[in-house]
Design a protein around this ligand. Sequence first.
Ligand code: BG6
Length: 513
Amino acid sequence: MSDLENPFQETLLQRHRAEPCTVVIFGATGDLTNRKLIPAFYNVAACGDLPPQFKLVGFARREKTDEVFRKELEEGNRKNSRQGHNDELWNSFSQSIHYHRSEFEDPAGYVQLKLLLDQFDKERGTTANRLFYLASAPEAFKPILEMLKAAGLNHGVDGKWARVVCEKPFGKDLATARALNAAVAETFEEKDTYRIDHYLGKETAQNIMVLRFANALFEPNWNSKYIDNVQITCAENLGMEGGRGGYYDTAGALRDMVQNHLFQLLSLVAMEPPTDLSADSVRDEKVKVIRALRPLIGPEAVGANVIRAQYTAGSVDGVSRVGYRQEDRVNPESQTEAYVALRLFIDTWRWQGVPFYIRVGKQLPKKATEISIHFKKPPQVPFATARLPGSSENTLVIRIQPDEGIALRILAKQPGQALSMQQVKMDFRYSSSFGKASPEAYERLLLDAMAGDATLFARRDEVESAWKFIDEIEHAWHQSATPPTMCEYPAGSWGPKEADDLLRQDGHAWRLL
Ligand code: BG6
């Protein structure tokens, strides 16, 4: 195939041209805007990728002038910008930032917003493209959508576009996700709807498709004939800092991380090759994986395949930590899990019989997200007399973060007269191979939304299929007469022993990170 016929080549060249537009952030005084969104826009500007006719309007309830708003954002940018903070660049970039005070439910606020946007279009010659970013508390999404529609801001005029970006959490179960999807669909077309999952914006997550489909080496072995099991770990060494306990205790690890981020990684690892790289072709294949997950229904199936746990007091990096139930804003009798491990099966030809083990948890020994593919052993090892080391399988490790890279573990003969073998590692590191830091996930995602590329955003059916699967587990935990136990692990350990037993039953063990 020539490069011109190659769909990967074509799309990579064409993407990321952000179009001139005004971005309106709802809930602009929140932590997300300060910590992630503004530094992302600033870094996009620093890379020269922000269109010159760009405006950003912060929409929130508190009284504030443009100057005060800019000053607050500047402080956030100094702390959080990936490429540092340059006063000159900030001064020119921040001139594009404005503040608009209004209640989310006040129609007059939206009429004024429209006037402001029209005025920008006239003054700066910006085209009337608009990106509405819902970063408020999720309860406000519906009223904001209704108000945008009532003000006629939900569709582009004269060939221009109006798009909406929805932050997570996108619902807290299937019913709420459906209701939210319905509200969005009444206001914006699906093609103009961008549901953020920041894991999809991570370079290493995007590289999974390239690794699989652009290298002849891996794809032929990427199936149940050669793969024994797949593990996905997302470990965090933090707990409920910064007042997060209030939200987290209503969500838990399964809703907070598995329904979205971990299922997205799972889909990328397990999907069939898409026919091209259009947003729908990629998402068609991803959603098939979630639909093919073998359902876990009832407390027995859930208890046998899903381990939930809370941390007790312990220490992480030598610092003492309180137990989950003692955390600020967490119910002292909480039944919310801060850790979850799952054994999943994907009922497709490719994956028949291959367990996918997923685990995610707070207050683990370190922050690390990785996917490991554990290959089967060769049918016959000719070195009958040689002693094989404990872990003798070939393993491909995709390090999503930090220390981004890919390692392949293979067996090699130890130098010397005797025939003894040892596992060795072939390692690729982003930092040394590319010599520059990867962009932050939000930089890529914001650019894509401004460029009209929804590939790295979750589609309606993906979100709903994921919730359908998750709801059954939540149901068994919280509504059955015989709910599976809540296990415990000391903060700073690698999770409950029951999660180790889950793999031991199959003759496996979690990869040591
Ligand atoms: C968020 C979750 O979506 O992802 C948090 O709500 C979690 O609980 C965070 O800490 C992890 O993101 P990252 O990029 O730091 O792995």
